[in-house]
Ligand binder design. Structure first.
Ligand SMILES: Nc1nc2c(ncn2[C@@H]2O[C@H](COP(=O)(O)OP(=O)(O)OP(=O)(O)O)[C@@H](O)[C@H]2O)c(=O)[nH]1
Ligand SMILES: [Mg+2]
Length: 419
């Protein structure tokens, strides 16, 4: 199944972009490859034509990078005839404006890219409201070139043509009003949801929600489990809107629902989390979270930590969780787990049941269904399962250790493909 190519943004031609990352030496997870930024850029319809990494002790107040580096970037822009410069970190409004003046092209940061992608993907009324709110909150403090790029997208606040700075000043006054209006509308959406929630509670549906880092394979797993056809693609934030379906589980009488929703990402802008409260609430209402992780991704540890952080932020950290270690078909033969489930310690130290699956080939899905049936059927969630002795295979849970016969089933926080 090959992924469709990324649809370009509304205004058509992809922009040639230079990627910039700054290593401050204190963020252990600094992505020197800028691969995720490149994926974000691509998902937003840009093409990365060059990458550059700078090293600094602290951000420069004016340019974020030093002025020497800024000149270097300017040369790269000229050399590659780039139309945009994309930063892996958040820029202050002043830095962004100064850089645009200095470089003569549009400058965007990670947050803005994420907002662009969200703006392009939102389909539902609720999704659009949420994106617009986040976007206005972000843009209200900025005068940037890519503003017009954003304005051309659906659901912009309705200026025509390329707005000059005066126009933007004017717009800015309306923004406050618009933000208020949007918040009110979203409040209404939230009330509707809570009514729906109460009716679900009445009919005792057991609700399962897929959560996880973007591109982990949530939608693919959703499609495999409920035989649906939601959009799954090799791009960041392919899914924005929530889809819920009935999930049939053998031997389970009560109704079970499964929801697929928006993925998380490192440095998810706080405003976005706030704006997406109604959507993220879905995870909050779940009886069980299926935390999907791309088991073949070398960044999986950071990704799981990020997912835990967001769950904490939205108040869903206490909900029962099963870790779904997906994409095992991509692992080398020697790295493949020899069991279908074990117990695992998440970066936070929390212990969860882990299931190994490939949403693509279907491997491990029967076992996952059994696990879900146990959780939904027992009514007591997975606590019981977690306390019960693990499957007979628990003695071989760690694919990297020679088979031994531990008395206690070990917690296998040590399974790191390509570690
Ligand atoms: N090889 C392999 N590829 C997979 C598997 N699961 C998903 N993929 C691929 O990974 C990419 C992302 O899958 P999605 O299901 O869209 O991921 P998602 O978590 O829903 O991502 P977003 O909605 O963008 O946050 C797609 O190209 C899938 O075909 C798997 O088990 N094995
Ligand atoms: Mg998806």
């Amino acid at each position: 199944m090959s992924a469709p190519s990324n649809p370009p943004l509304a205004d058509g031609a992809p922009a040639r972009a230079i990627l910039v990352g700054v290593d401050f030496g204190r963020d252990a997870h600094f992505d020197a490859s800028l691969d995720e930024l490149a994926q974000l850029a691509e998902s937003a319809g840009d093409i990365a034509v060059a990458r550059i990494v700078a090293r600094r002790k602290a951000p420069d107040a004016a340019f974020f990078v030093g002025s020497g580096k800024a000149d270097e970037i300017k040369e790269l822009v000229a050399m590659h005839q780039a139309e945009a410069v994309l930063f892996d970190q958040a820029l202050s409004p002043a830095q962004q404006r100064n850089l645009e003046r200095h470089l003569g092209v549009a400058v965007a940061d990670r947050t803005m890219l994420i907002l662009e992608i969200f703006g392009e993907r939102a389909q539902s009324h609720e999704g659009k409201l949420q994106v617009e709110l986040a976007r206005l909150q972000y843009l209200s403090t900025r005068l940037v070139r890519r503003w017009s790029h954003l304005e051309r997208q659906r659901g912009g606040i309705g200026t025509r043509g390329g707005p000059g700075e005066a126009q933007i000043e004017l717009d800015r006054r309306m923004i406050g009003e618009r933000i208020k209006g949007l918040k009110k509308q979203l409040e209404r959406v939230k009330r509707q949801r809570s009514t729906q929630r109460r009716s679900r509670e009445r009919n005792q549906t057991f609700r399962i929600s897929l959560v996880g880092y973007t591109n982990a394979g949530k939608s693919t797993l959703f499609n495999a489990l409920v035989d649906a056809k939601v959009h799954a693609a090799d791009q960041l934030f392919a899914t924005l809107d929530t889809t819920t379906r009935q999930l049939r589980l053998e031997g389970v009488e009560r109704s079970v629902s499964l929801s697929d929703t928006v993925g998380f990402i490192r440095d998810l802008p706080h405003k976005l989390v706030e704006a997406f409260e109604a959507t993220l609430q879905e995870a909050n209402d779940a009886d069980l979270l299926l935390h999907v992780v791309d088991g073949a991704n070398p960044q999986q540890h950071e990704q799981m930590a990020e997912v835990e952080r967001v769950l904490e932020e939205i108040g869903a950290a206490d909900i029962e969780q099963v870790l779904v270690f997906n994409q095992i078909d991509r692992l080398e033969e020697t790295q493949r787990p020899r069991v279908t489930r074990d117990r695992f310690e998440l970066p936070s130290g929390r212990r969860v049941v882990r299931a190994f699956v490939s949403a693509r080939t279907g491997e491990g899905l029967d076992e996952l269904r059994r696990l879900l049936a146990e959780a939904a059927g027992s009514g007591a969630g997975l606590k019981e399962i977690d306390d019960a002795p693990m499957s007979q295979s628990a003695s071989e849970v760690d694919a990297q250790e020679p088979q031994s016969e531990p008395v206690e089933p070990p917690l296998t926080g040590t399974y790191h493909p390509r570690a």
